[in-house]
Design a protein around this ligand. Structure first.
Ligand SMILES: Nc1nc2c([nH]c(=O)n2[C@H]2C[C@H](O)[C@@H](COP(=O)(O)OP(=O)(O)OP(=O)(O)O)O2)c(=O)[nH]1
Length: 170
């Protein structure tokens, strides 16, 4: 006697291609923006203004990758939308897994180093943030910010790797 084969569930969509339904994890991209590629001294941090659950917490500028978008493409778009600047992206901040850093909601975030593409450009808090801060990499300032909790290990890696961010592997 043959038993009926249970229908297999459809494979889960990849985080980069799942629909924008809010239910599935999406890939998030973040920017570790340094003041200088060769000799960085400061990092840009952004304070969330929304949603209410994240308001007041600090993060890396960025956001969700749209379906069909590449990670770097999405990050450059987010930089234009949120900060009003063009960014030159560098390598990816070393993450524990290729999929990126785990966030609280099961999403993953890939973080890239970057510097401003145009000399004299000034990032502005245009969307999602009410405050931007260029913080010294040396000293306790960056660590003492009230970061989104999932960002803490990323912050540690950014502080560890900033000095060689654009030169490592060359
Ligand atoms: N941008 C950013 N998001 C982060 C960080 N850490 C962290 O847990 N997240 C979370 C917060 C959000 O749940 C999610 C990113 O969503 P978002 O609201 O920034 O995305 P978005 O700009 O595309 O906004 P929306 O179109 O969905 O409104 O990832 C971080 O350092 N930067």
């Amino acid at each position: 006697m043959t038993s009926a084969t249970p229908a297999r569930p459809a494979p889960a969509a990849s985080p980069t291609t799942s629909p924008r339904d809010g239910a599935r994890p999406r890939l998030v991209v973040g920017l570790a923006l340094l003041d200088d590629a060769a000799a960085p001294t400061r990092l840009l941090a952004a304070r969330r203004s929304a949603p209410a659950t994240l308001r007041g917490l600090w993060e890396f500028p960025g956001g969700k990758v749209e379906p069909g978008e590449g990670a770097q493409e999405a990050l450059l778009r987010e930089c234009r939308e949120e900060l009003g600047v063009a960014v030159r992206l560098g390598p990816e901040v070393a993450a524990p897994e290729p999929a990126g850093w785990e966030l609280a909601n099961g999403a993953r975030m890939r973080v890239f180093w970057g510097v401003l593409a145009e000399e004299g450009a000034r990032p502005r808090a245009l969307q999602d943030h009410d405050l931007l801060a260029w913080l010294p990499l040396a000293g306790p300032g960056v660590r003492h910010l009230d970061w989104i909790p999932a960002d803490r290990p990323i912050v540690a890696e950014v502080l560890r790797g900033a000095a060689t961010a654009f030169s490592a592997g060359r």
